[in-house]
Each structure stands twice: as structure tokens, then as C-alpha cells.
Design a protein. Sequence first.
Lengths: 250, 639
Amino acid sequence: MNFKLKVWRQKDGASPGSFKDYDAKDVPSEASFLEMLDIVNESLAASGEDPIAFDSDCREGICGTCSLVINGIPHGPGKGTTCQLYMRRFADSDTIWIEPFRAAAFPPIKDLVVDRSAFDRIIEAGGYIVVRTGSAPEANSLPVAKHDADLAMEAAACIGCGACVAACPNSAAMLFVSAKVSHLGLLPQGQAERESRVIHMVRKMDELGFGSCRNHYECEAICPAEVSATFMARLNQDYALASAKKVLAV
Amino acid sequence: MSMILDPKIPSGPLEKKWSKHRGESKLVAPNNRPKFDLIVVGSGLAGASAAATLGELGYNVKCFCFQDSPRRAHSIAAQGGINAAKNYQNDGDSVFRLFYDTIKGGDFRSREANVYRLAEISLNIIDQCVAQGVPFAREYGGLLANRSFGGVQVSRTFYARGQTGQQLLLGAYQALQHEIAEGTVKMYPRTEMLDLVLVNGHAKGIVVRNLVTGEINTHAADAVILATGGYGNVFYLSTNAKGCNVTATWRAHKRGALFANPCFTQIHPTCIPVSGPYQAKLTLMSESLRNDGRVWVPKKKGDPRSPDQIPKEERDYYLERKYPAFGNLVPRDIASRNAKEVCDQGRGVGPSGLGVYLDFSDAIQRHGESTIRERYGNLFEMYQNITNENAYKTPMRIYPAVHYTMGGLWVDYNLMTNVPGLHVLGEANFSDHGANRLGASALMQGLSDGYFVIPSTIANYLATQMGKKASTEQPEFKAAENEARCRINRLLSIKGKKTVTTFHRELGLLVWDKCGMARDAQGLQEALQKIPAMRAEFWENVNVLGDGAEFNQALEHAGRVADFLEFAELMCLDALERNESCGGHFRLEFQTKEGEALRDDEHYCHVAAWEYAGPHTRPNLIKESLGFEYVKLSQRSYK
């Protein structure tokens, strides 16, 4: 298969970027999207042109490193991450636009690579259950209803890729934050810090320059881990309750 | 003069060794801990759990990873589960049985004391992870669920859907982020270790490159902990993440740390077959699928019929036929070798002929499609996405692929290498899996090393180092930094004709062919001839564009491939020197009448630890003999 690519090139965060045209030639339809870019990069390198920088690591859809906007959609057409997108989804001689995830809280590094460490800052603010190593009680001493455990797992499935932010017109990080708040808040182990957790994480999210949620649900539509937007309702509820309790000092 | 290796195994009965050792270990008092600076390289299960726990204890920790966030380390990709001898299923499990299964699964090439400790600690790991909120699968009564994995006859594997590694890593990552917030750990993401710095023979720091700015600098510490994973990407195609590399451990090896059993590599039986030369990585399908999937090939060679057209009696369920006791759940090395054997006989399936069926039709008939979907839904989806085939309707096609490396830097019972101060955890060390790792044991080992072993054993070293602070101003640091800089400049100045990937792929094909699932002396000698030539060509003809003071992925890759080109030679040499078959190391010359691995306990019941001796000199082989007091060495049988 052959494709016309329009790829965002940007030397570094301080320089302006622009789209450049490339031809992707003789790409097997079984190749993944990133393998297609590997093929293009091999030919660029052979001709002495700087290869296109893009992030990827596990290439099996779980590490959350890959982060391309393809034809305007984070991770491209279909469910799943960029690395799980295969060229058979495109038609021969298609033109494909490739951009980085764009958000004020994700500053550009080079070409298609952005800095998503703001997510780490949010987790740092409270996205954990504090357990001193070695002090944990016997695992089966605390039964967890299967329904709660399964629902917590659905929230915990978030891969932290940031597509939700890239898809949101306001660059909100609500889905990401709600996934962690729900994962831990649904479990009995997470109750002790439930209120402080939600307040600290939401404050940090605001402070880092993520926008506010206006219920577009673009995040849910593109989430490769299929994290449900209902977790955002849970987040709002937890946040309202925790804030109110704080104000009333109860 | 050859050095004597002391594994520092505590005396006394097996089941008392670890508690005795802890009782006798040195301590660093809480008020003194903040005076010690520790470097942890790697943020996977072992690195993140170690950094978090050491920070929590009060040490001053710096943690480095090449990924953009510690949450993305490749532990995240482990699918199936984590073993623990909880015996929640009341099916006869015990610490001893987990120990025994692991020793036997490793084909009697690991240390009894280490493995027993691992089995003991497995209990604490599950407690710790549950308390952190890891959402393990549960029964309707609210208690934890288990499943079976290869090489065992009990259900002791804890799991979180097909994403156990992800959930365990997120638990460790969250603990790490908490310590970062507390200020006990400072995190350096997108930072790669380029070298180890020794001062008076002790590991006292590292040289790193900031992958965003290209800046190279050094960090000093009282001890260095490497948790940098395995070297599977020496084969180019593997189930490892693209960034996985041998650089940290190889650099440490060149600074004096012994590399143990590099030829022990694990080829995982259930991966999606290779589809073409453009391919950049292979995808694993969890071993848990073998709980319900039946492996078969047609009885006839080159049978062109589609699988549904082949009647049951014309199918060879070869694992069930040859190993009735374990059936489809034989250990990985045996499952892989048998797949290769039937494909070599011309009975392989799929376009390349390098594939076998993993068939779920019987399980679907027995349990219903919805149950199978609940158990493996995400895996079936992933399979469909990659191959465009629906495994609910037609059998999966699978083939073995490089997955894990049991070899690694030699460590003693304290997880310290022969270089004082240098400690190694997780897949990066050699210690617990012998010649073959059982499924769901990697996560166990990573977390055991990180949460429970190193936080206790590192004090034995640190207590001897009071008042012996190193500084990056010392000449050793300047010299190492300068060397790293020169090497990068050299890579950039070659401006040859071949890309880094071309070299990596060539090396991978060679070692897969000569040092993969089956090896023989002739092939290994051939590889040992070719690798130095390949390396020489690399240093004359590689083309690395751009410059060093910027984000430069080709340069990162070039440095890693340069190290693989050196490491590959040691791996082949080790495979050549080990004149026996054991676990994942299968030498064609050494097999039983039935084609099983034939060990030579008289001559090879040892750890082969290699000492670097210079660029053009054969490394020295130092042997640590393995004593077995509690298990009887036997021919592994899964029949």
C-alpha cells in the first residue's frame, strides 16, 4: 500500500512547527501504523533526513506511551492505542494527517513527542493508598464484593496515555482523574484517604492548566482502555461531598 | 588468578535461612538513613517497589527511567498473573511446593536458598498489593480468585484480568509517586544510564544522559541498584518493549560485575507468529490461554485444509499426547520446543508454516462463549486486531518468541554483585529462575526483590560505608562522563551507510538462528565468528543522524545496539561452553531418546559467571557450584 503523509515536524518546544509531506511506499497491509512510520523513518534516515520523532514502547496497547493524533483523532480510527492500529484500516493512497497530542498541559518536546508528566504530578497529589511496606494485613481478611472489585478494575484499566485530554475541546483531564479516584474510592482499602485524595487531585489538575469539563464526552469516545464517563459523575460526587465536609468541618 | 564467588547463603535449615539472615543483618538506624544516597535505575516492578520502599524507610533515593513516566516500564505488559503460595484453593499448595515447582521448572539451575525465600515472600506480596488497592479478580464471596499456569498442578496464580502486570506496576508506581511527593525520592524520567562509576572498586555513581536535552552528567550515591530488566531485545524481535536494552547491565559488566548464565533465555510458546520483515516487535498471548486452549497441528505434513475441515482424528494434540499429566500446561521451554519440532517436521500452520493452533472450540462448547469471553476477552480482541481473525470461530495461530531472560548480573543472597555497592534486582539479575522461568513468577520475583529483599539486605553494605561519601567532583566521575561523551561523539561521527535498525535486525536474525530455541556447537561457533565482524562494520558504517545535544531517538537506539553487539558474543560463548541441555538452553547434541533436555549434573550443575577481560580478550569463566540439599536432582518429567 502507498500513502501520502502530512506529518507535524517541530524541532523542539521553543521552535514553531509545521506539517511536512512524506510518501509512505510499499507498506504491507499487515503492518501496524507505527511500523509504517518505522518504514518511513528508515527511508528518511537513508536519505540523510532527520527521522520523525514519535513515542512508543510496548507496542501492545498497554504502556500508554504512543500518542499520535491521526486524521484529527487521538490514536486514530477505531478503538485502542496508536500501536494497535493496522494499515489495513486505511485505503490505498489515502492521505493521512499525523499530529502530536495537543494540550497546554502537555508541552511539545519534538515532532510528535510531548511531555505528559503532568499526569504524574496529579498521581503524586493523592492517587495512591498509603501502605507501609510489610504492614499489610492478610489479603483475604478484607473481602471485596466482586461487583466493586470488577468496577474498580474497569477504572484502574486507564493506561495514562492522555488521549482523553487530547480529544477534549477544553483539554480537561477529568476522565484520567476520575479513573484513579474511582478505582481507589470503590475499594474498602481506599476509604481512609478518599476525601483528601479527591480534593488534592482535582486541585492539582486545575493548577497544571488542564481545562474544565463541559460534558462533550469526547474522552470516553476515544479512550483506548474504554474507561466510562460515568466515573466522572462519581468524581464530581466525591469532590462535592469532600469539599462540603471540609467547609462544614464535619 | 580466578576469583572465588561467595553467594553468602545463610547457614541453617532452608525454611529458617531468610529469617535468620534478617535477624543477623546489619541495620541502619532511622536517623542515619537520610544520610545515605541511593540510586535506583529502572522503574518497573523491581525498581519502583525498591525506590518506594527505600524512600519510605528514610533513605535519600534518586530513581531513573528512560520512559517518559515510571508507570510505563515494561512490567506493565505482563498479562497473566503472579504466583503466591497462599493455598486459598485448598488444593495442596504450600511454600515448599512453590519452591519445588520453581526449582524443577528452572531445571535445577537456580539456588535453593534464593528460591525458597522467593516462595516465602510470595505471601507478603499479595497482602501488600491488595492493601494498595490492586484490583485482583475475586470470587462472588469477595475473596481472591486464582488460576493455573504452566508447569504446576495447583491454582496459585492471582490475576487482574489479562492486565496483572499493569495493575501491580501501577500499585508500585503509586507508592513511588507518594514517596516523590514526600520528598524522599527524586524521579528522573527520560533519563538513560550510560555507565557505572566506581570509586576504589565500589559502585558509587552513574553517568546518565537526559534524553530530551541530550545533556550528559553524573550522579553520586552510597550504593547503586540496577533494576533495568532483561536483554531479550538482543534478538531484535521479541515480546519486549522497543526500549528494553542491556546497556545498564552491560556497562556494569564492563566495569567488573559478573554476567551470569547469559545463554538462559526464555522463548515463550504463545505469541502471534511473525508476518513479515517489516515487523518491529512480537506480541504475546498470555500463557493463561493454555488453561482452556488446546494446542494441535495436523497429523499430515503440509495439510492445506482449513482447521475446521480437519477431523479430530487427523489432528495431533501433541502436548496432550506426549505429556498426559500436564498436557497443554507443560512449562514454557517444553511447549516452545515442541512447537518448533512439529513445524520443523513440516506440520506447522499458517502462511509461513511457523505456527501451531491454539484451539478454544472445546472450551467454548463446555463453558459457553460468554465464559471464555470473560476470561480472555481482551486477548481475543488483541488477536483479532493484529491478525484480522476471530479466535472464537477459528483457532488462534501461535508460535514461540523471545520473552524473558533468566540470565543477568551475578548477585549474592543480598542481591549484591561482586562489585561492592552494586545491587541488581528483578529480571536484570540471574538469581531465581534457573534455566527456565515458570509463568507468573517474574512479577513475583520483581516485587519480592524490590519490596522485601533489598530494603532489608542493603543495610549490610551501607553499614560499612558510614562517612565514605563519593562526590561527582572526583576524577572517576569526570573520566566516566568523558568516556560516555566520546562514545556518543564517535557514534555521530561515523556517518556510514546503514541504519541502526538494519544492524539490529541482522544481529537479531543471527542470534535467533544460532542461539534461539535450539543450539549446537557448530552454529554457535559460526555466530561467534560473525558477531565481531558485524560489530566492526557497525563502528565503521552505521549512520546516526542529528546531534547529541537534542532529543535523538536514533542515537539512543545506536548506543543500545552497540551494547547488544558486544553482549551477543558473550551469550553465544556461554551457550557454547554449557555442554548440556537444560531448561531454555537446548543443545541439539544433548537430548534424551525422547528429545527432552539432557542435563549433565556432573559437569554443569553451576552458575556460569563471566568476568569481562577487555575488548579483544576472552572473558574469564567463574563457576558457582549449585548445591541441592532439599530437592533431589532428577530428569524433569511432565508426562
